[in-house]
Design a protein around this ligand. Structure first.
Ligand SMILES: [Zn+2]
Length: 145
């Protein structure tokens, strides 16, 4: 059976809802060298549906590292934790920026597991954050919710 596709209209709604930022690493779509993905938070392989409540805007790096995972190891506690869920969780409850805004710090088991599993501090995004900070385009504003 063919997988349901996201309509152009819904894709734009998801981009707008995310403020045109990757919902995990908060990289801006505007400065990306690769197209962003509409990602299934609960993977289709595990029954996740193609509905707005289960879709998130994700850069290629985060999407590739997340793959079909919904949990990962919290490197501090050494226990499995649920990955950050952009529809259920608030970013600022689980993450913060370090002093120079170049790296994301996990504040909770979910935050730490997500930073680690999705490689939220990849060299490329760290370099982008530094460059954008120099021109006052980083960090991005806090999401409304
Ligand atoms: Zn990302």
């Amino acid at each position: 059976m063919a997988k349901p596709r996201v309509s152009r209209h819904d894709r734009q709604r998801i981009i707008d809802r995310a403020g045109a930022l990757c919902e995990y690493c908060r990289s801006p779509l505007l400065f990306s060298t690769a197209p962003f993905s509409i990602e299934h938070i609960e993977p289709q392989a595990r029954g996740g549906r193609t509905t707005l409540a289960n879709l998130a805007l994700s850069c290629q790096g985060c999407n590739g590292h997340k793959s079909t995972r919904t949990t990962a190891l919290d490197p501090v506690a050494g226990q499995s934790a649920p990955l950050y869920h952009p529809r259920r969780d608030r970013w600022r409850d689980h993450f913060a920026w370090n002093a120079d805004f170049s790296e994301i710090v996990g504040l909770t088991p979910t935050g730490r597991a997500t930073v680690d599993a999705l490689h939220l501090n990849r060299e490329g995004v760290v370099n982008l954050r530094r460059a954008l900070h120099l021109i006052d385009c980083h960090p991005p504003a806090e999401p409304e919710r």
